[in-house]
Design a protein around this ligand. Structure first.
Ligand SMILES: [Zn+2]
Length: 250
């Protein structure tokens, strides 16, 4: 079995049997990985506090069919500040859950690894954490190929600059002008300013997107509309979102 070494971010960890743990990671070089750490529940020495969700770690593993075999794991960045703020911790859990539900195994995408790492860094310190989650989700959907072009009206091809209000039919992935909005469609209202920000969220280099700021009263409706689409797409609820709703900070 080949031995691999990579940086990775822990998405979740659960006990398995009497002494093992099963861990899901997003790794820099191999993408989504699920692995087993033999004896991790017993051996305090080999895997000291390294399997906490959201931790950035350096991982040594052997590839096998199914679960990889984790040989060693050392902590690089534990994101401790996230753990002391229950809302931000919930938002980080939401980001991790979306990755787990939507990213297939075995397709390395280094930009996704960077996006996840930078999202957790910014969730730790940004003033507006909801804006960080929204920027994560927009860039994530773009990288995954789910964000439509949103360049013009799907029906009349009128360009963006010709109107201030636009309607995004998120479930169909199309944008229409007010004239071509259907009476009973599931349209989400987007003003031109928000559309420009969405375009920038995918065109800017990753390190620059965090400067983008949706106005506060637009962030939550847009994020909720996108999360509705995610739930429809994965055909199930997001557990961490329910938790955030209970905390009153969805
Ligand atoms: Zn139109």
């Amino acid at each position: 079995m080949d031995v691999h070494e990579t940086e990775a971010i822990i998405l979740n960890c659960r006990d398995y049997g009497e002494s093992d743990r099963i861990i899901a990671f997003y790794s820099e070089t191999a993408g989504m990985l699920k692995g087993i750490a033999k004896g991790a529940r017993r051996s305090k020495k080999r895997f000291v506090h390294t399997f906490e969700p959201c931790s950035l770690v350096r991982l040594t593993y052997r590839a096998r069919k199914g679960l990889v075999w984790i040989d060693a794991c050392s902590l690089v960045e534990p994101h401790l500040d996230l753990r002391v703020d229950v809302k931000r911790w919930g938002q980080a859990a939401l980001v991790s859950e979306i990755m787990l539900e939507m990213v297939p195994e075995g397709e390395p995408q280094p930009e996704l690894f960077s996006l996840l790492g930078q999202t957790l860094d910014h969730l730790e310190k940004a003033r507006d954490a909801v804006n960080v989650v929204l920027l994560f989700l927009l860039r994530f959907l773009h990288i995954m190929g789910y964000l439509p072009s949103l360049e013009r009206c799907e029906v009349c091809h009128r360009p963006l600059k010709s109107a201030t209000n636009w309607w995004w039919r998120i479930s169909q992935g199309v944008l229409v002008c007010t004239e071509h909005r259907q009476a009973n469609g599931d349209h989400f209202l987007l003003d031109l300013g928000s559309l420009v920000l969405i375009h920038q969220s995918r065109r800017f280099s990753l390190t620059n997107i965090w400067r983008l700021h949706f106005s506060q009263y637009r962030t939550v409706p847009l994020l909720n509309a996108l999360l509705d689409w995610v739930r429809e797409h994965i055909k199930k609820d997001l557990r961490s979102l329910r938790l955030l709703e209970q905390l009153g900070s969805a």
